[in-house]
Design a protein around this ligand. Structure first.
Ligand code: ADP
Ligand code: ADP
Ligand code: SF4
Ligand code: SF4
Length: 608
């Protein structure tokens, strides 16, 4: 194996030796004469096997034999070894290369979950001292700085090692914060505020109304905005935002992007991890793409200009490193579409729902909806701010809320499959594994080799969690399971409230494709609440914009084409989009730019 090095990674969360009787050790051919895989009493992973990469011949028999899919064996070019930055432990994830922070610029990171984005930023923040790929020792800063000699990272690490860089980090899982920190929004912001701008930021982010609220009572979006305000009010040199747009609606995403951009100035470094490509595109100057095998290894690409970088990522090929990320490019629609989708009244299509003008009241909140109808095979994107009545609208359509005025004509018996916005452990029954839960909802989805299994379980990497207790999963894993369960269920109407939360770009597109296909083949209709406009564009036959005053009143427009619906929505927000000519993806125009002014003058907020 010339020019290659072997990487053996064991997922110790999944490895269950008591259940498999050490199948990996038994099948290993090297073990007959020597030792490639064995139990080491003195290791931290006591009772679990260790693979010696030097002795292992890479036959892959253990990979096949392990009933819990806990082992991965890959061969990598040996040149890469010189660029190893960190390995968490023996047989653990390994990161190669690092993103380059740029003075006075925003650097964006994209890539699948589990390829090391958070690891990379934690190293750049000084939260994690890199071991240069050898978990057995801890190199001094001098050695680390020498490793990056001649690159911009050398100067950066020198400053970091000398304590000259103050850092601020917006962590990924905002839901974890109330468990660790106590207090009200105001108290927390005042404590974080080193620049005397927290009140102003709270005002701009709409947090003033919750200023005295205990943080345990905040919604996901409010927590997200609180943490963003807290990080921005720190007087730091390096700012990292790990997924700043989760739980935020479109207007809030753009507002946050503008606030971050406003702080960008010489002497400050900004790094952003983001799966909403429209937001990442708007924020960043350069991007790095992380690739590799999730949970096994990750490689950081060269920096690309943001437009080319995102386009290369969507096309699935990185020219500078000659790396193919996937077989098929991801394409968006181009050109203007007609008002009709061809699904209304089309051959074999049936009308599933019809409603008159509606008025629905929930406490002091009131929703008005324009009359409309839904045909089988249609995917309807619902877009609007948080608290505007998206859930209320849907619950009324499916008959769970009674309208005060108007009526919904149910044109048959329906089964409904629903994925709520927030997913918590209580959503899953006790005492069932991930696999058992999927099998109960739809046995076909649990059969390896079936379309649903390949598309959902494999692509969302739920196959690796098959024997786990759903309640023990991470927030992101629980989201994926909830999406997979909702899509596995046979239903006439699907309602998916933010299926993208915590999913990476490829997973979002996988879910979007499955929704389209299931809606077609099951002759169902799907409603998808979506704040990621690339996904909304990709998935929707039609759009229902809901506008008004969050928490007070909402107005749901009738379902219309993507172009018409998005135009109504974006006009209200005062944001214009253009399409990238190469990939067809929607891009946010800079406020006041030539295109922004021209499109606003023409009333074309969403270029079709
Ligand atoms: P991303 O941010 O791209 O999702 P991460 O940097 O969070 O990726 O994680 C990359 C891999 O490293 C994951 O497979 C994760 O399980 C593993 N990992 C993260 N932290 C640790 C740790 N403290 N010990 C061992 N493995 C870890
Ligand atoms: P969205 O899905 O757009 O976030 P919802 O339809 O969930 O919005 O809620 C719209 C408004 O109705 C919110 O202001 C919310 O506070 C209010 N609301 C939701 N459920 C109830 C309820 N059970 N009783 C009173 N008010 C409610
Ligand atoms: Fe043994 Fe083959 Fe597994 Fe290596 S890949 S540990 S040689 S079974
Ligand atoms: Fe068993 Fe797989 Fe763990 Fe080996 S890695 S002990 S085969 S569960």
């Amino acid at each position: 194996m010339k020019g290659k090095v072997r990487l053996a990674v064991i997922d110790y969360e999944s490895c269950k030796p008591k259940k498999c009787s050490y199948e990996c050790i038994n099948v290993c051919p090297v073990n007959r004469t020597g030792r490639a895989v064995a139990i080491e009493a003195d290791r931290a992973v006591r009772g679990k096997p260790v693979i010696y990469e030097d002795a292992c011949i890479g036959c892959g028999l253990c990979v096949k034999a392990c009933p819990f899919k806990a082992i991965s064996i890959v061969n990598l070019p040996s040149e890469l070894e010189e660029q190893a930055v960190h390995r968490y432990g023996v047989n653990a994830f390994k990161l190669y290369r690092l993103p380059i922070p740029r003075d006075g610029k925003v650097v964006g990171l994209i890539g699948k979950n589990g390829t090391g984005k958070t690891t990379a930023v934690r190293i750049l923040l000084g939260e994690l001292r890199p071991n240069l790929g050898d978990p057995g020792r801890q190199p001094e800063w001098d050695e680390i700085i020498r490793r990056f000699r001649g690159s911009e990272l050398q100067v950066y690490f020198q400053k970091l090692a000398n304590g000259e860089l103050r850092t601020a980090h917006k962590i990924q899982y905002v839901d974890l914060v109330p468990r660790r920190v106590k207090g009200t929004v105001g108290k927390l912001l005042e404590r974080a505020d080193e620049r005397g701008i927290a009140r102003e930021l709270a005002e701009e982010l709409g947090l003033k109304t919750v200023w005295d609220r205990d943080i345990r009572k905040l919604s996901g979006g409010e927590l997200q905005k609180l943490l963003i305000a807290a990080v921005l009010s720190k007087d730091a040199d390096v700012y990292v935002f790990d997924e700043p747009s989760s739980y935020l609606d479109v207007r809030e995403r753009v507002r946050v992007a503008r606030l971050i951009n406003r702080e960008v100035k010489p002497g400050k470094f900004f790094l952003v991890i983001e799966h909403d490509l429209a937001v990442l595109d708007y924020l960043s100057e350069t991007v790095h793409i992380l690739y590799g095998e999730p949970g096994v290894y990750g490689i950081v690409s060269q920096p690309y200009g943001v437009r080319n970088g995102i386009n290369h990522f969507l096309e699935g090929y990185l020219p500078a490193e000659n790396i193919r990320l996937r077989k098929e490019p991801i394409k968006f629609r181009k050109g203007v579409e007609a008002e009709a989708t061809g699904k209304e009244g089309g051959l074999g299509r049936k009308k599933l729902l019809e409603w008159t003008d509606l008025k629905v009241r929930r406490g002091s909140f009131e929703l008005e909806a324009e009359a409309g109808e839904i045909w089988s095979g249609e995917v309807i994107g619902i877009v609007g701010p948080n608290g505007i009545g998206k859930t209320t609208f849907l619950l009324t359509l499916v008959g769970r809320l009674e309208p005060e005025d108007g009526m919904v004509l149910q044109l048959g018996e329906y089964t409904i499959s629903y994925k709520p916005q927030y997913v918590s452990p209580e959503l899953f029954p006790k005492g069932m594994t991930v696999g058992a839960l999927i099998r109960e909802v739809n046995p076909e989805a649990a059969v390896p080799g079936s379309w649903l299994y390949i598309e959902l379980m494999k692509k969302l990497r739920l196959d690796r969690l098959w024997d786990r207790d759903p309640r023990s999963l991470s927030g992101g894993e629980m989201q994926k399971l909830a999406v997979a369960l909702a899509l596995s269920r046979e239903a006439d109407i699907y309602f998916l409230d933010e299926p993208s939360a915590y999913l990476d770009v490829e997973e979002r597109l996988t879910v979007a494709r499955i929704i389209r296909r299931l809606t077609e083949t099951r002759e169902a209709a799907s409603f998808v609440v979506e704040h990621d406009l690339l996904i909304l564009d990709f998935i929707s036959d039609k759009v229902v914009p809901i506008l008004g005053q969050p928490g007070i009143r909402g107005h749901a427009y009738k379902p219309s084409s993507l172009k018409t619906g998005m135009n109504i929505f974006l006009k209200e927000l005062g944001i214009t989009f253009r399409r990238d000519p190469q990939t067809g993806r929607p891009r946010i125009n800079k406020e006041g730019s030539y295109l922004d002014r021209m499109q606003k003058a023409r009333g074309e907020y969403y270029f079709g």
